[in-house]
Design a protein around this ligand. Structure first.
Ligand SMILES: [Zn+2]
Length: 723
């Protein structure tokens, strides 16, 4: 078999060689995006991007490839030469190979089509063929200089993470004027300091203000320290995506035979504005990055009950009562949040609270017909002396901490000291520990929390670069120690790869296991996490407005089934307010973070109906349909809403929310995505208006009017295309 594969491979190489020798350019395309690529003798170039039917975007930059490496303390220049024989071109993948004879290196500049629609992926790989270790400097994933007419009006759209509390803006739509210079960054631990700019989901969109509202967008499939920059000057629009080069100088170590891979980026063309882009990108993320095993389950996204309603005071009896009530309400999973373990780093059941252990709790959930999920902050060390615990003072593991801890250091109740999982021994411990937890505790879902990717590291015996001894800062926040130095990006590069390895392996060994990505709520919302987990906690603030704001922002780029809102206790003097609270978390994955035993009989009855409505009518739309942002971003005062429209099943829903203003009892939403001349049956679920039918033109131009008598209330309006 091996020989046959070799033969097929060599035939393909000949084919691509002949194409390359006749023309130095190649085209790769999906239905939305066409890229022309050129293999220069010394540099590859992304020549142009075009969206069918729209003016082409021309790029003037060849890719800036690294031009030196460091060996034994000496900088050596690198000269790249195209290797035609090794380069490959086919419909779905183009790889231009560049070699350096001395030092001996190979660089692969690769573009890949993953689906027939949507964006195209790009990555650069640098392989060390020297018989010794080398240091590689910063290599961007993609840097382009688009030629733009100085008179063309452009918008830049980018979206913040919902970390901590969503800010007042969240979704930015900024005119790209002369002199525009913007940098957006993403880490796994940002937004602690309110004075710093908010972190972005690593994605950006540039739109031409034309009638087609066309343009392109790009994103990064990596959870480490990354940045995107956009700058406009005269006829030039410069854009760079990749690892964050600051604090400089970035460098990363490659032993003999090892490779450095830039974070994968994707680049896609669009029309019809940001929702036009989002409707393609969300579908692409589901198909390309999503876990097929997860989407196969028709109950995904599940309705969950989370124990944090009772905080750290949860115990076996409380959890048991919550499970019973959750099952009666029609929920599908019980999610045990923090509060179950002995202490940080000692991930065994607290014997006072859970005398029968975690597996017994999971079995109890299963008996109630519920799946069972568990919170764990698995990179945190504490001070437990129990066997198997991760004790920060244990000499065998002390070096895994990102810095030496002072003698008086104490963990907090559910926060300890992060270990650097980029260290192979630390990673191995985590793999064993998570296998024990998942199998031994009978888990259906594993939620990780806390700063699992080290925020800097002080060690010089880990695989990452050492910190700069003259320029580093070690500080304490929330009881844990962090380090900032020029090695911070490389620390995150190694730790994120370790995180992906750990989760890929867990997925292989436990195919039905769900992963909730939580990093103090919404700090790891990115496309790398999307490729390794199943859903995100999108914010750390759970009132109706924060839930809707975080959803509004994040739903521009990620499948809404992946976007979890925790619905916490909120003042609900009237039943309309109660529905508003629930529905503010019912646009994606719904988790109720309350002890529902405290609800009144009326609230129980309403919640049961709402959960049934979610499962029967809303969830199919959340899984599969297009989404339109049909109002400005929620402010809690005025009205806001979103529209789901499923083209295939020809049905949809509008979620309408009335804010706190006493003055606005009615609002009109202009709908999108309908056929102008087709009629649609419109059904007001709560009967706030009589049902009737409209043409698509009426709904899109005049709009859908909704009237609600009570501030902080809601309606769900169903649309069905007439046969
Ligand atoms: Zn380290």
């Amino acid at each position: 078999m091996a020989n046959q594969f070799c033969l097929i491979a060599s035939v393909l190489l000949w084919a691509s060689f002949s194409i390359l020798s006749s023309a130095q350019t190649a085209t790769i395309a999906t239905s939305d995006t066409q890229l022309i690529l050129e293999a220069g003798l010394a540099h590859p170039t992304l020549v142009s991007l075009s969206v069918p039917g729209q003016a082409e975007w021309k790029n003037r930059n060849s890719e800036a490839l690294i031009n030196s490496v460091e060996i034994d303390g000496k900088q050596l220049g690198v000269t790249w030469t195209l290797n035609r024989d090794a380069s490959q071109i086919d419909d779905r993948e183009i790889a231009f190979i560049y070699d350096s004879a001395s030092p001996h290196l190979r660089l692969t500049w690769e573009w890949r089509v993953r689906e027939n629609y949507g964006p195209i992926e790009h990555q650069i790989r640098i392989e060390n063929l020297e018989p010794r270790g080398i240091w590689v400097p910063m290599q961007d994933s993609l840097a382009s200089d688009w030629s733009v007419d100085p008179n063309t009006s452009l918008q830049h759209i980018f979206v913040e993470k919902g970390a901590n509390t969503p800010s007042a803006v969240g979704t930015h739509d900024v005119a790209v004027k002369e002199g525009y210079a913007w940098v957006g960054t993403s880490t796994t631990y940002g937004d602690l300091d309110e004075k710093e700019p908010r972190e972005i989901i690593p994605w950006s969109l540039i739109q031409r203000n034309s009638t087609a509202r066309d343009g392109w967008y790009a994103g990064i499939e990596f959870s480490g320290r990354t940045r995107i920059s956009v700058g406009r000057s005269k006829d030039s629009l410069k854009v760079a995506l990749g690892l964050n080069p600051d604090p400089a100088p970035f460098r990363t170590r490659l032993e003999a035979g090892e490779s450095f891979e830039t974070p994968i980026v994707f680049l896609g063309g669009f029309r019809d504005g940001v929702d036009g882009a989002g409707n393609v990108l969300r579908r692409w993320v589901k198909a390309v990055l999503g876990n097929p095993e997860t989407w196969k389950n028709p109950h995904y996204p599940l309705v969950a009950n989370n124990s944090w309603g009772g905080g750290m005071d949860v115990n076996e009896e409380v959890a048991g009562r919550m499970m019973q009530d959750a099952a009666g309400l029609g929920m599908e999973m019980f999610h045990q949040d923090a509060g179950w373990f002995r202490s940080v780093g000692d991930w065994q059941a607290n014997p006072q609270k859970f005398p029968h252990g975690v597996a017994a709790m999971a079995d109890e959930a299963h008996k109630n017909g519920l799946k069972f999920g568990l919170w764990i902050d698995w990179t945190q060390a504490g001070l437990s002396m129990e066997p198997g615990a991760l004790n920060a003072r244990d000499p065998k593991v002390r070096d895994w901490m990102v810095t030496d801890l002072p003698a008086d250091w104490q963990p907090e109740p559910f926060k300890g000291q992060t270990i650097d999982i980029g260290d192979p021994d630390a990673k191995q411990w985590v793999e064993r520990e998570l296998e024990r937890v998942v199998s031994g505790y009978h888990l259906d879902m594993l939620e990780h929390d806390g700063y699992l990717v080290a925020h800097g590291c002080d060690r010089n015996d880990h695989p990452h670069a050492a910190p700069d001894p003259l320029n580093k800062c070690v500080y304490k926040s929330w009881g844990a120690y962090f380090v900032d130095s020029s090695n911070s990006t490389d620390v995150s590069y190694h730790a994120v790869h370790a995180y992906y390895d750990i989760y890929s392996r867990l997925r292989r060994e436990h195919p039905g296991l769900l992963f909730e990505i939580c990093n103090d709520g919404g700090r790891m919302v990115d496309f790398g996490s999307a490729a390794h987990g199943d859903y995100f906690s999108i914010t750390d603030t759970y009132d109706p407005l924060s839930n809707r704001r975080a959803f509004y922002d994040t739903s521009h780029v990620l499948p809404t089934a992946m976007l979890e809102s925790y619905v916490e206790k909120w003042p609900v003097p009237r039943i309309e307010n109660f529905r508003y609270m629930l529905r503010s978390g019912m646009m994606g994955w719904l988790t109720i973070m309350q002890d529902t035993n405290s609800w009144s009989a009326e609230q129980h009855a309403v919640a049961k109906e709402e959960i049934e409505l979610y499962k029967r009518e809303l969830r199919p739309l959340i899984r599969d349909s297009e989404l339109f942002h049909i109002s400005p971003r929620p402010d809690g005062i005025h009205w806001d809403g979103i529209e789901y429209w499923d083209r295939e099943r020809r049905r949809g829903a509008v979620y309408a929310f009335r804010g706190s203003s006493e003055a606005e009892s009615a609002h009109t939403f202009a709908l999108h995505g309908l056929n102008a001349d087709t009629r649609y049956e419109v059904r007001f679920h709560d009967h706030s208006s009589p049902d009737r039918s409209f043409t698509g033109r009426e709904l899109m131009e005049r709009g859908l009017s909704v009237s609600l008598a009570v501030p902080n209330s809601s309606e769900i309006v169903f649309l069905q295309q007439a046969r």
